[in-house]
Design a binder for this molecule. Sequence first.
Ligand SMILES: NC(=O)c1ccc[n+]([C@@H]2O[C@H](COP(=O)([O-])OP(=O)(O)OC[C@H]3O[C@@H](n4cnc5c(N)ncnc54)[C@H](O)[C@@H]3O)[C@@H](O)[C@H]2O)c1
Length: 296
Amino acid sequence: MKVSVFGAGNMGARIAEVFLKAGHAVTMIDIKEQFCEGGKKRIEGDLAGAVKRGKMTQEEMDAALANLTLSINRQDAAGSQFVMEVILERMDLKEDLLKDLDAILDKDCIIGTNTSALSITEIASAVPARAAKVIGVHFFNPAHIMKLVEVTRSMLTDDETFKTTYELMQTLGKTPIAVNEGAGFVVNRILIPMINEAIGIYADGIASPSDIDLAMQLGAGLRSGPLHTGDLVGHDVNLAIMETLYRESGDAKYRPHPLLKKMVRAGLLGQKTGKGFFTYDGPFGKEIPGGDLTIK
Ligand SMILES: NC(=O)c1ccc[n+]([C@@H]2O[C@H](COP(=O)([O-])OP(=O)(O)OC[C@H]3O[C@@H](n4cnc5c(N)ncnc54)[C@H](O)[C@@H]3O)[C@@H](O)[C@H]2O)c1
């Protein structure tokens, strides 16, 4: 089927990759050609790695890439049966995109939003005539590896949209769970405040970033420590999620830590900018050992 993915960034490219690997034709749409090309490079890198490890043949890789179309024109989503919105975590941008898509897409086309924490009902309300066909489809990072997808109904999502989306995720090799809307859904309501707390522990001078992560790996059984996970997600995204949790609940326990705000203002976003609580060999590069952040 024809799938369109809006956003070729950290998550969008890998979500496009998941659909390509399942044999779908994917149009990946961003606002600049260079962003589309960057996303395509990451897909090519992943697929080449899979071929090298014997998980995929060269022919399968070529067929998947032949199914990928890049675009900077929203109109190219026309004729899609499923659309994934994977753009920046901002309600105004998501609403603006959905309003345009409402005029471009067939009336039965489902729009899945990959929002990390925003209200699915609020996003859906931007397109009253299509609100029943809008649903939360929350993939995890890195989307080509992580199995979980939170399939989240808004107040307005119809049963058919939920069932179709849930079953589609299973055909992609994912494990969906059914979620009723609530800021941050299940995982991020637990995970992101934990990252925020780890930032506070570091800011209080209690331990180094490496030791905080080691503590949570060896003491709490986590596969990745909270600050490495924070660098992977991107601190701009972490901040947006904390702000949503705080705004929606009014509960002080979700207050974004001041250091998280400063990290974002400084462009220390984590892997995507090559520097966060740890240092990387350029954007999305390998971690450089001993590169813990030291705040002055
Ligand atoms: N980073 C994570 O770990 C993670 C995990 C799950 C969900 N999410 C969610 O996924 C979404 C994308 O996050 P990301 O980390 O990939 O961000 P990102 O900054 O890496 O990528 C966002 C991309 O969207 C593009 N974009 C912006 N406006 C657009 C528009 N109108 N049309 C098309 N493209 C547009 C940007 O140019 C950019 O390439 C957010 O809603 C985020 O909360 C992120």
